[in-house]
Design a protein around this ligand. Sequence first.
Ligand code: DC
Length: 228
Amino acid sequence: MTKTINIAIDGPSGSGKSTLAKGLAAALGYIYIDTGALYRAIGLFAARHGVSAETPEDVVPLLPLMDLQMRLENGGNAVYLDGVRLGEEIRTSSASHYASQVSKVPEVRAFLLETQRNIARTNNVIMDGRDIGTVILPDAQVKLYMEASPQQRAKRRLLELLAKGEQITEEQVLADILRRDANDSGRDIAPAKPAEDAVFLDNSLLTPAETVEAALAIIREKLETVTL
Ligand code: DC
């Protein structure tokens, strides 16, 4: 079987991973896999079952009851909970906090591991997350690590949340981002960090189109030097 091409994109919240991943998937004709959506779905499931975000390990005994599905639709991964496609309800600030909290639980990470690997085994993917280059796809042919200043990330996130009608200030968004950074990179299991062979891409001063161009240049160079 021909080996698939896997491109891993990691980086902190609001660093532009999903915008870049979507742009790359469209440019290369690969499938975009948003792994954060899986953690967000588990966070929502936990909230719906009365689990407090402060005791995320309480979701573990409920995981066998969870009907979570990932389906490939429109070049990306749609996530279904109890047969219903998840949308904006997993994108609120509260959903972000729940996702970050449940993602610290080892059983939650183990629960999602094979789903992520299987999809990459059978498809050319651009997969974004926190541990894609380090844990999920350590053999990915290209690994990018996105960076942008916390202030820049907070500004982008604020615009998204305001557009969705959330009442929130830039200070609150920045505080949330810093809390999530600490949570995601300070956890014991699969902490958010760059793989040793990741290429850093700081997009603080780049437009989305310029970021895609910069990433494509890195990808072309890498794919020339790897054996496929
Ligand atoms: O990428 P995102 O903001 O949608 O992710 C939501 C949370 O899920 C994030 O705070 C950390 C967690 N996450 C993770 O631990 N590992 C991943 N591969 C993706 C997300």
